[in-house]
Design a protein around this ligand. Structure first.
Ligand SMILES: Cc1cc2nc3c(=O)[nH]c(=O)nc-3n(C[C@H](O)[C@H](O)[C@H](O)COP(=O)(O)OP(=O)(O)OC[C@H]3O[C@@H](n4cnc5c(N)ncnc54)[C@H](O)[C@@H]3O)c2cc1C
Length: 410
């Protein structure tokens, strides 16, 4: 699958990019991780802590998949609001999902001091603004639900927003406990650390054919066989080429990163910013004073068409940045612009866990705007499962759940 087009900034932010060899001959391990993006890296890091003999294979280079297109926002609030989660899954499951996201971000923030390559993980507040006056009512209800269940949320009136930003919106939710990171450096940092703890990592090594047995799995690559007791597939959106999930949908999305700004815009606490409209516009500032903006999701097209669309969609994203921050008009320039495949699920939850057709295997499909947060949740739940612990939370993310759940009574 051609995962992205255009020009992506992240590789340029890591002066010496670690590289890994190809395997020579057959390998044996407790756990084989297929795919070295954010999900595979989190999984490898977590398994390294548990002491399991782990092998990671990556058919491209480490972080060469969708993780390279990631814009680095880490949020508790999801594409699907807590209110909508409660309405769809019931109160217990809806709140459990948000709590898992909250503790995942806490765990990600703790990584900052444990890694040798700096992933620039920084705590940030978030502003979710109402795109229209009609959405204010929804935000008030969301605020009530968030506060009732112990999540951080302030309701901001129009004047609160206008006083702190260059733009005015009819209302918004301001929350603390979110974060930002450099996703490329983060994947490399996690794998570098896992490698130092004994995890074997191989690039340019593809899982081409798998044999599933009661005692384990044999993975055939172009360089030999890998005998594993368990396999974790963390192949991102390309998992859909191996096994189609009825509840998953792939689209194209777009993003830009500006050159460093010459002036500091009126942007409260450099918060993450997003909105209630769907598809939504989202923005953040980087530690070196650039703006990243993303959105403009549209139907998945062939990569050539996406290549062309990068130009027009990035122009629109820049116009939206200028509309929000008029002081930047004419002086802000996009240095990088890219378009990429992006996965969502019909019910708003990622797919994490086993599948009956693939014995001894687990899948991480962190589809949705909070993919990094889901990767962390998956690594925690699956690492515990692999070491024999029961994690009933996995039921929430089951790969065999109905594609479209029936609404619950709140
Ligand atoms: C434009 C854009 C912006 C985004 N912004 C955010 C954001 O702000 N915050 C956020 O949390 N998420 C964001 N996401 C989502 C995030 O990027 C994904 O959730 C994340 O990258 C998924 O990581 P992954 O490891 O599952 O997939 P990937 O990074 O794609 O890694 C999977 C790896 O598996 C490898 N692979 C596939 N098949 C095989 C095989 N057979 N053998 C060996 N290797 C194989 C691939 O080469 C790839 O490197 C964004 C996504 C896009 C596209």
């Amino acid at each position: 699958m051609n995962l992205f087009s255009g020009r992506i900034p992240w590789e340029h932010t890591l002066p010496v990019i670690p590289s890994y060899p190809q395997p020579e001959g057959d390998l044996h391990c407790d756990c084989l991780i297929v795919g070295a993006g954010m999900s595979g890296a989190m999984m490898a890091y977590r398994l390294a802590e548990s002491g399991a003999h782990t092998v990671v294979i990556e058919k491209r280079k480490v972080a060469g998949g969708s993780s390279q297109a990631n814009t680095g926002l880490l949020q508790v609030a999801n594409d699907k609001s807590l209110t909508a989660c409660i309405n769809t899954f019931g109160k217990d499951k809806g709140v459990l999902f948000y709590r898992l996201c909250q503790s995942s971000i806490k765990g990600i923030l703790e990584l900052q001091d444990k890694l040798n390559i700096n992933p620039y993980i920084t705590a940030r507040p978030s502003l979710l603004y109402a795109s229209t006056a009609e959405d204010v009512k929804l935000l008030r209800q969301e605020h009530e639900n968030l506060v009732a269940h112990g999540f951080d949320s302030e309701f901001w009136e129009e004047s609160d927003i206008a006083g702190r930003y260059s733009f005015s919106k009819p209302g918004g939710l301001y929350s603390r406990g979110d974060a930002e990171a450099n996703p490329f450096r983060m994947v490399h940092a996690l794998l570098d650390k896992a490698h130092a703890s004994g995890v074997r990592i191989y690039e340019h090594t593809e899982a081409r054919r798998l044999e599933y047995g009661d005692a384990g799995v044999v993975c055939h690559t172009e360089h030999g066989r890998i005998y594993a007791r368990k396999v974790v597939f963390s192949m991102g959106y390309e998992t859909q080429e191996m096994k189609k999930d009825r509840g998953a949908e792939l689209v194209n999305t777009y993003a830009i990163m500006t050159r460093p700004l010459r002036i500091e815009p009126k942007w409260h606490e450099r918060s993450l910013i997003w909105e209630t409209a769907r598809p939504y516009l989202y923005l953040r500032m980087t530690h070196d004073g650039r703006i990243i903006a993303g959105g403009k999701d549209e139907t998945l097209t062939d990569p050539q068409r996406r290549e062309v669309r990068v130009l027009s969609q990035s122009k629109r994203l820049l116009e939206e940045v200028e509309a929000l921050f008029p002081e930047l008009q004419g002086i802000v320039e996009a240095e990088y612009a890219w378009g990429a495949v992006f996965g969502t699920t019909r019910d708003g939850l990622p797919f994490i866990g086993p599948h009956p057709d693939y014995p001894n295997c687990y899948f991480i499909e962190g589809y949705g705007g909070n993919g990094t947060v889901y990767s962390m949740i998956a690594a925690e739940l699956l690492a515990d499962t692999l070491t024999g612990m029961n994690r009933p939370e996995l039921e929430l993310f089951s790969l065999t759940r109905p594609a479209k759940p029936s609404p619950q009574t709140v």
